[in-house]
Design a protein. Structure first.
Length: 121
């Protein structure tokens, strides 16, 4: 009887420990996603800041205003594309969000526009 009681207590403690370890592992996975999102936002803000600084420097140097503006817009567009590419990727491919829900690659959604069927990814 004593051995059965010891075995029950040890197995309960072991199972409870595994439950706590698994919960911590899941939390760590979510935390890594958040850190990646924060890192992507930080890089995006840094790219935009660098593009603005270059644009202002070009204007101060007296370069062509139209060329400087075009280069600035291209830098912003590249930064936005890279940010979207970094943030909207999960383990099962890329996704988009609507109403705070994450939709993974909805292949079944087709739209009809201007005489064409368009598959929305």
């Amino acid at each position: 009887m004593r051995n059965i009681l010891k075995f029950g207590i040890i197995s309960f403690a072991f199972a409870f420990g595994l439950i706590l370890i698994n919960a911590d592992t899941a939390n760590a996975q979510n935390r890594s996603y958040r850190q990646r999102d924060r890192r992507a936002q930080r890089e995006y803000r840094r790219d935009i800041r660098d593009a603005r600084r270059d644009y202002r420097r070009d204007l101060r140097r007296g370069e062509n205003r139209r060329e400087a503006r075009r280069e600035y817009r291209d830098d912003l567009r590249d930064a936005r594309r890279e940010y979207i590419r970094n943030v909207r990727r999960g383990q099962s491919g890329w996704y988009y969000t609507r109403n705070n829900r994450r939709y993974y690659r909805p292949y079944s959604s087709w739209n009809y526009r201007n005489g064409y069927f368009i598959r929305r990814y």
